[in-house]
Design a protein around this ligand. Structure first.
Ligand code: NAP
Length: 454
């Protein structure tokens, strides 16, 4: 990989890059099939990704005609990195085995090591014989919608395809590595004003938020809409707040610390709820919710923005869904893509039907939605929310930080990139968009860390 890195950093031509041999193995972060029961019987929060995530060499898979090898310069931690590493709600080896039974190319994935990671930026090294739009030397970011385009159900909206998968979660050869193999239809142009790590953290969370809020496939937000956003400085929420502000809406951001509340204000979100400081306890005990707490929360939202939210951006799941359904406006929408705190959901159905609310599901994004989101980032209309950067060797530590909710925004991971800040090819554009805006989350995390150490 060193030869490849040298060629990339010295600006080698497409021909020279294409001529370089692809190594037979590469460094990657992975979990082992033999470890899948290592946390059995433990409570979720005690399961430690630092114990299950390994860093080491894995064999390079063969390249299918519709795929590309990409030298990964940087990647990111996503919550699915956490799910894979704690083997919850189930082991991802089942996904790999199912893919393995689908075709001979699919069989490459059913291995005893699962290389994880569903985001990345890098340089195309080689393309399969059926790839038309990309060539060696292209700087790219990769989205995680892995689609079989020979399946009729994948057309119209590929997220509804019968065998739609998430790269690096339901497939092998993910982005937390020095090399990856992806389908050509996962590639998008890397934003020219961003570094490798700033480019690498966006595709998964930003595209998910885009589909949830902007796309006709979910909430199709209108100007003036009030949008309640849980986890508003987290991976999804940090993009959701920006999308609402961009689209002429009013975000109401919920967070859990004064530092996060401050960051939200700096981002331009004026209506902020610190759920810890205000002490909401939606569950009175394990089996019963407390409707008076829903009411207290709903009242607070009204106090802040004068009305109930048209849209609730839901992902915490069990802990918040009852409150989300209660708080949404008459005729409003709760759009959900996850259930971090538990997927067996309970809400009072009377509040849903009597007030004609809708619960709409959403999951990642199709290629068109991911592409449109990437364009917004490339145009500087949405900023990366990179807060912290780890080397590939510390993926376990970085995933632990996300699992224990000690982060803000996104954590980037340097893979082949030897240091931070590389890969910016249009510094004038960066200056036009504004260094302060682009680095807001990183700067804030550094300030918070400095204040804690002082
Ligand atoms: P994240 O970076 O950890 O942010 C989530 C935020 O949610 C946290 O910062 C936290 O904010 C808030 N939160 C956590 N537990 C909560 C609770 N019990 N009550 C209220 N708020 C809570 O994670 P993410 O990347 O945004 O992902 C969030 C979830 O969405 C994960 O489960 C992930 O797997 C899922 N996801 C799904 C898709 C999809 O395509 N379906 C895509 C991306 C992510 P505060 O503590 O500040 O309130």
């Amino acid at each position: 990989m060193q030869e490849i890195l040298d060629a990339i950093t010295s600006g080698a031509s497409a021909e020279d890059l294409a001529a370089l041999p692809i190594p037979e193995s590469y460094r990657a972060a992975y979990v082992r099939r033999s470890d899948t029961s290592m946390f059995d019987g433990m409570e979720s929060w005690k399961k430690d990704p630092r114990q299950s995530i390994q860093i080491g060499d894995v064999a390079t898979p063969e390249l299918a005609p519709d795929e590309a090898y990409v030298a990964v310069m940087a990647s990111a931690i996503n919550f699915n990195t956490v799910w894979t590493s704690i083997f919850e709600p189930l082991s991802t080896f089942g996904f790999l085995d199912r893919l393995g039974r689908e075709s001979s190319w699919g069989a490459r994935h059913a291995l005893d090591n699962h290389v994880i990671g569903s985001d990345g930026s890098g340089v195309v090294l080689k393309v399969g014989s059926a790839v038309r739009n990309w060539r060696p030397g292209d700087s790219v970011v990769m989205h995680c919608n892995y689609v079989d385009d020979q399946d009729p159900s994948s057309h119209n909206d590929s997220m509804k395809a019968a065998n739609q998968r998430i790269w690096g979660f339901e497939t092998n050869f993910g982005g937390l590595a020095d090399l990856t193999v992806v389908k050509a239809n996962q590639l998008m142009p890397k934003p020219t004003h961003l570094s490798w790590e700033e480019s690498a953290v966006n595709a998964l969370c930003a595209s998910t938020s885009y589909r949830m809020l902007v796309s006709n496939n979910a909430a199709a937000m209108k100007q003036g809409d009030k949008v309640l956003i849980w986890g508003a400085t987290g991976g999804l929420g940090g993009y959701a707040v920006q999308l609402v502000l961009n689209g002429g809406g009013t975000p109401i951001g919920v967070v859990s610390s004064p530092e996060k509340a401050q960051l939200l204000k700096e981002l331009g979100c004026e209506a902020v709820i610190d759920r810890k400081a205000e002490g909401y306890q939606f569950w009175a005990d394990e089996n019963n919710q407390d409707e008076t707490e829903w009411r207290r929360f709903g009242k607070r939202v009204r106090e802040l923005v004068g009305d109930d939210p048209d849209i609730v951006f839901e992902h915490p799941g069990r802990q918040t869904m009852g409150a989300s359904v209660f708080t949404a406006k008459r005729g409003g929408m709760i759009v959900t893509c996850a259930a971090t705190s538990g997927y067996m959901i309970e809400y009072d159905n009377r509040h849903l039907w009597m007030k004609l609310k809708q619960i709409v599901s959403s999951h990642f994004a199709n290629y068109g939605e991911a592409w449109n989101m990437n364009r917004l980032i490339d145009e500087g209309k949405i900023q990366p929310i990179l807060s912290d950067i780890y080397p590939l060797t510390d993926v376990g530590e970085a995933a632990y930080k996300v699992h224990t909710n000690q982060h803000e925004g996104k954590i980037g991971v340097l893979c082949l990139a030897p240091s931070e800040g590389l890969g910016i090819t249009d510094p004038e554009k960066r200056e036009r968009i504004g260094e302060d805006k682009i680095t807001r989350f990183h700067r804030h995390a550094q300030e918070v860390a400095a204040a804690k150490n002082a």
